[in-house]
Design a protein. Structure first.
Length: 256
């Protein structure tokens, strides 16, 4: 039993850290901050919100069947909640927690009532959201628009935490320092997608509008704006209204 728990713990560490970090983890300095392994009642754990994934996991049914047949093969990574009431999922795992609770309710089987967890101290909402982003990026599980919303939310959380506003370049440096490398160019594209395109093209964004079409639309807007200005076709506000109408007319699920 102890060897199985040790294997689960080591597996979770390998999942979460790079090779260089694993070496540090195995030292005395790293082991203390990696967390403690505990079996926790699912009733004491709550999903993290705001979670980066805004729609249901497309692999939900497959994951549920796997857990039904084999149980959870990796521990959940959780943190002591900020309010001291139980734990919160802190590095991916909202889907797995939801499934465990569903299976417990559907079957009454005690094997779904508790789960092995790596428990860490609470740091901050920003730290937890970054951990969720890193985990979902490893799995390739997030759409561009979901990642964009998470980065926009991170900006708000970090600004509130540090008591200052951040330029996009500063945000990129801050996120990279926190272990989530993202360029200022990508942040700019994400902000455009969330603040400009999604209100105009909600169906396309909900359908998984990717980075490349977002960049193409933005380039088109800039080029069209230059032509509009050079040929004195109207005011800046009139161009914005015309371009917005074009985006709304082009909205649909089939963008790629």
């Amino acid at each position: 039993m102890e060897s199985n728990r040790a294997s689960l713990f080591i597996g979770s560490c390998l999942q979460l850290f790079s090779d260089q970090t694993v070496g540090w983890l195995m030292s005395g300095e790293g082991a203390a901050s990696a967390g403690r392994l505990e079996r926790v009642s699912i009733d004491q754990i709550r999903a993290y919100a705001p979670h980066p994934r805004r729609a249901m996991n497309p692999e939900y049914d497959r994951i549920k069947q796997s857990i039904r047949e084999h149980g959870l093969e990796q521990p959940l990574i959780v943190a002591d909640s900020a309010d001291g009431a139980g734990y919160v999922v802190s590095a991916g795992g909202n889907t797995r927690l939801t499934i465990l609770k569903e299976l417990r309710a559907e079957t009454g089987d005690d094997r779904f009532a508790t789960v092995e967890c790596v428990v860490r101290p609470w740091e901050s909402d920003a730290a937890v959201l970054i951990a969720h982003l890193r985990e979902n990026d490893l799995r390739g599980a997030l759409s561009f628009i979901d990642r964009a919303h998470a980065v926009v939310e991170l900006k708000k959380l970090i600004e509130a935490q540090e008591g200052r506003s951040l330029a996009q370049r500063q945000l990129a440096a801050r996120l990279t320092q926190s272990g989530y490398a993202v360029s200022q160019t990508l942040i700019s594209c994400m902000v455009y997608a969330v603040e400009v395109l999604e209100p105009l093209m909600p169906t396309a964004c909900a359908g998984g509008l990717a980075r490349r079409p977002v960049e193409r639309i933005r380039a088109l807007e800039r080029a069209a704006g230059t032509v509009w200005k050079d040929h004195k076709l109207g005011t800046k506000a009139e161009f914005a209204e015309t371009f917005s109408a074009l985006c709304r007319r082009s909205d649909g699920p089939d963008w790629s």
